[in-house]
Design a protein around this ligand. Structure first.
Ligand code: ADP
Ligand code: ADP
Ligand code: ZN
Length: 210
């Protein structure tokens, strides 16, 4: 199954994608995670995108599209994938349509207040990128990743100013994708509020997975 996860920052896309990988047996492709890992390894891509990401702006379409195209050229994506955080602009969606046909676009329905609460308590593993929350999804041991033992940190773009900017960018550039995909009959809305297990259940029901 070829899926796109669409929703505001902090909607829980990455968290559900981790569960979706087990349910759908497809790889999770997060453009944000790829950029963060490029920054961590000080690669030329990381150097190029670091300041943009920390300010909460979008990386340019050309760079992002090329990155996803190369990733989708790899064998493990042939049977399916979960694209998390891409596309984020109409141009990205149009480019994607030229190289891959998605089955469904899962739209995370969530109010701003919940998003702010989630982003302000988010902690991310420096090593494997897994998401935690200081209240809603606590690691077993404080500041340590359950999956790999890596150190948990606060993303630079989860500071108040960058959060505000990202929500603004979401409304201006990404929100139009809801109508874009609805018009193509691909959109599936899921209620992204509630406990993680509830959201997982909403996701399975919306996709007809038992
Ligand atoms: P969140 O889901 O919290 O918004 P992501 O991890 O998806 O965060 O993305 C982090 C940042 O990486 C974005 O704010 C943006 O700067 C950059 N980024 C990720 N995906 C894209 C994309 N498709 N187009 C442009 N920039 C992107
Ligand atoms: P996104 O990838 O959409 O930016 P994340 O998956 O990183 O969002 O989730 C944002 C924050 O909210 C993380 O700290 C995560 O642990 C937490 N979170 C995710 N899903 C839920 C949920 N259903 N209820 C409460 N907190 C959640
Ligand atoms: Zn980890």
């Amino acid at each position: 199954m070829k899926l796109i996860f669409l929703g505001p920052p902090g909607a829980g896309k990455g968290t559900l994608a981790t569960r979706g990988v087990e349910i759908c047996k497809v790889p999770h492709i997060s453009t944000g995670a790829i950029f963060r890992s490029a920054i961590a390894t000080l690669s030329p891509l990381g150097y190029k995108v670091k300041a943009i990401i920390e300010e909460g702006k979008l990386v340019d379409d050309e760079t992002t599209i090329l990155l996803v195209k190369e990733r989708l050229d790899q064998q493990d994506t042939q049977a399916g994938y979960i694209l998390d955080g891409f596309p984020r602009t109409i141009s990205q969606a149009e480019a994607l349509a030229g190289f891959s046909a998605v089955d469904k676009v899962v739209n995370f329905d969530i109010p701003d207040a919940a998003v702010l609460e989630r982003l302000s308590g988010r902690r991310v593993c420096r090593k494997c990128g897994m998401n935690f929350h200081i209240t809603f999804n606590k690691p077993k041991q404080e500041q340590v990743c359950d999956a790999c033992g890596g150190e948990l940190f606060i993303r630079e773009d989860d500071q108040e100013g960058a959060i505000r900017k990202r929500l603004e960018v979401y409304r201006e550039q990404t929100l139009p994708l809801i109508e874009y995909y609805r018009n193509q009959g691909l959109l599936v809305d899921i209620d992204a509020q509630g406990l993680i297990d509830t959201v997982v259940a909403n996701f399975k029901k919306a996709l007809g997975i038992s």
